[in-house]
Design a protein around this ligand. Sequence first.
Ligand SMILES: [Cu+2]
Length: 49
Amino acid sequence: MTHTVTFEDEDSGNVDPGETYARTFDAPRELAYDCTIHAGMDATVTVTD
Ligand SMILES: [Cu+2]
């Protein structure tokens, strides 16, 4: 199943089965993201020290 990892400031584009998406955070923060393909598929990344 294809998904996206869509933040306000960055979008993975389509992530197809077998592909990966990675993002590096350089400071503590909390960021919500969702999948633009599947309504209700959302979560939050919490970056700690
Ligand atoms: Cu999805």
